[in-house]
Design a binder for this molecule. Sequence first.
Ligand code: SAH
Length: 374
Amino acid sequence: MTSLPIVQSEAASAGRRPAMPPRHLADLDVSAREEALVALGEPKFRARQLSTHYFGRLVRDPDAMTDLPAASRAKIAGDLLPRLLTPVREMACDDGATRKALWRLHDGSLVESVLMGYPDRVTVCISSQAGCGMACPFCATGQAGLTRNLSTAEIVDQAVYLAGVAASGAVAGSPPRLSHVVFMGMGEPLANYNRVLAAVRRLTSPAPEGLGLSQRHITISTVGLVPAMRKLADEDLQVTLALSLHAPDDDLRDELVPVNQRWKVAEVLDAAWHYADRTGRRVSVEYAMIKDVNDQPWRADLLGRLLAGRLAHVNLIPLNPTPGSRWDASAKPVEREFVRRLRAAGVSTTVRDTRGREIDGACGQLAAAEVTTT
Ligand code: SAH
């Protein structure tokens, strides 16, 4: 097996075990919630009341939970709704339609989430790990290495928190209800498989068990961890799979997506087609357009041949600038020619609108640096 340049942070490479956060309601399924309340000396049905507050009404302040006995509120919330995310900074752009939240976790790790409002939907882009170990050289998150996996509740709470922001009417011109979640923030979701899967279940279970989102409105994006992609295909879920391909040939993909040294383009595409077969869902192929690196006409043609006739859609992402990167976005005429060639091959293709560039909230820009403001 090829050894991979997986990047680890100092703490991880020094062998210190990263500290996971305290247990939270969103970590638990319904029966575990009931057990937790019984262990606190409360009746089982309080699990449903508490879940209705958190998932159904997006309420986390115990004082607002007036159907719980005043004497028990603090105890119940203290045990089951510990604060997992402390907002450090919120930034907005696109006239408030894009908002990036920077959170501090209980161990000081920083992660980011992005809320994006459109006329017909509200999407949140959430993180699944603090940092990332996949080392893609064009991605800011990949440069810092992996600190740790997020817990299920740390993942879910980003969506619940920002669903509350949307519900408050903060995203002008968009519906107030969060409708879509994309695992395209910091981290490689399939490297934190079990917690991400549990998070998907919490996000999609009907309220009050979960947030009640449609499975079809959840997208999991991966660098291409083939065994995990195959496992996901067998979960009987209707979530969308996005594959960060970025190059149609192994020579270049080995460099742009280092995990390709382990699972080659042909294998990763096979796993994607297996996912499409099992779920009937179109796989989204992500391709960052990098000037003079992966944007040549012959690469468009090769990509077209690989994808033609498959249940796939290509999302071209104009490369977003990241600190210290030697790469730029492709010129617009080059991008247009790339699109034209893919479409001529019969492959459905769109160019992603890159939200949040000014606030470093766009794809690949999430690095969670805390800037000291004066
Ligand atoms: N680790 C997962 C989830 C991150 S999703 C994955 O790689 O799929 C973020 C998407 O943005 C991925 O497709 C990623 O490759 C892409 N991306 C990363 N850096 C980027 C950059 N600087 N410009 C444009 N897209 C980028």
